[in-house]
Design a protein around this ligand. Structure first.
Ligand code: IPM
Ligand code: MN
Length: 358
């Protein structure tokens, strides 16, 4: 019997609602396959500030260090967004967690589901079949450089070391080797010194992966190409802030931000979370799409080496999509609640693909 410890950080806004559904699905997996998953739920984000004054309490960080994986919901609260003077912010918790766990690579798969293409902002033929994997560097660059502020000026330094680029590049090249074998490095090497280092290091790393074709794009062009011709991308590799921006842009191609999962991996416990935020306007309304969170749980299973279990979850999600068991942003006429979508998917996981739609 396989035993795994999973730290659960539901967070703020819709985080707890979608995270609940992911846990429900993981429980269905453990029941069907006879595994033992132990969940340890902790505070992070605005809820942690309210309770303890700290967005990442000691006890939460300890639980993450002790776990085999971390499952996160979402963090953030509007009361901090329009208050630039706030000393403590929910986002600091997540950034400190990424740094403490050494999560240097954030992996965001973008898949266009055929049945949902009418919801994409792009015309069907442009997105149909799009399937890319974004590798975003997650613990360096402008997010973590020296910051400073005087009364009338402010700065954020962007720094990268050769080693920081190499380790994430290797992961991206390995993923590209296992796919169709194309990798696009996105940078701003016509302007930024850090980007020139990225190109230099990526060119060196590329020598070890002859089967991978490498392309280079400036970030402004990449932002445009994502809309013009998203199908040209396979694996995209980029630095922290460009990756933050481009992955949000890429995420809507699929038709809803509520569909896309992510994995953050590195030196210690890996973390899995939907790419969407805490969507505070939807909190408590039962309209949040749990699919991104459930697919993050599927990535967590893959990370445990449980490929079959991960496939069962993905098939169950596909089944929900095929039967239109979807939240309102994807099914206006007869939508289902967050909980109903999660329960349906968990039911499909337990019963197999023949599960009934209702
Ligand atoms: C993300 C989020 C975070 C980021 C915020 C919440 C700090 O936007 O995971 O993409 O900018 O990395
Ligand atoms: Mn983001």
């Amino acid at each position: 019997i396989l035993t795994k410890h999973i730290a659960v950080l539901p967070g703020d806004g819709i985080g707890p609602e979608v995270c609940n559904e992911a846990v429900k699905v993981l429980k269905a997996i453990s029941e069907r396959f006879g595994h033992q998953f132990e969940f340890n739920t902790k505070l992070m984000g605005a809820c942690a500030i309210d309770a303890t004054g700290d967005p990442l309490p000691e006890d939460t960080l300890d639980a993450c260090f002790d776990a085999d994986a971390v499952l996160m919901g979402a963090i953030g609260d509007p009361k901090y967004d329009n208050n630039p003077g706030a000393k403590v912010r929910p986002e600091q918790g997540l950034l400190r967690l990424r740094k403490s766990l050494g999560l240097f690579a954030n992996i965001r798969p973008v898949t266009a589901y055929d049945a949902l293409l009418e919801h994409s902002p792009l015309k069907r033929d442009r997105v149909e079949g799009a399937d890319m994997l974004i590798f975003r560097e997650l613990t360096g660059g402008i997010y973590f450089g020296e910051k400073g502020r005087t009364e009338d000026s402010a700065y954020d330094h962007c720094t990268y070391s050769r080693e920081e680029i190499e380790r994430v590049a290797h992961l991206a090249f390995q993923a590209a080797s296992a796919r169709t074998g194309k990798l696009t490095l996105v940078d701003k090497a016509n302007v930024l010194e850090t980007s020139r280092l990225w190109r230099e290091v990526v060119q060196e790393v590329a020598k070890g992966y002859e089967q991978v074709k490498v392309d280079y794009l400036f970030v402004d062009n990449a932002a445009m190409q994502l809309i013009l011709n998203p199908k040209q991308f396979d694996v995209m590799l980029t630095e922290n802030m460009f990756g933050d921006i481009l992955s949000d842009e890429a995420s809507v191609l699929a038709g809803s931000l509520g569909l896309l999962p992510s994995a953050s991996v590195g030196e210690r416990t890996a973390l899995f979370e939907p790419i969407h935020g805490s969507y505070p306007q939807a909190k408590g309304k039962g309209i949040a799409n749990p699919i991104a969170s459930i697919l993050s749980a599927a990535m967590l299973l893959e990370h445990f080496g449980l490929q079959q279990e991960a496939s069962v979850v993905k098939d169950a999600v596909q089944n929900a999509i095929d039967h239109q068991i979807l939240t309102p942003e994807l099914n206006k006429e007869s939508s289902y609640t967050t909980e109903q979508v999660g329960s349906y998917i968990a039911y499909c996981v337990l019963e197999g693909a023949e599960a009934l739609p209702h």
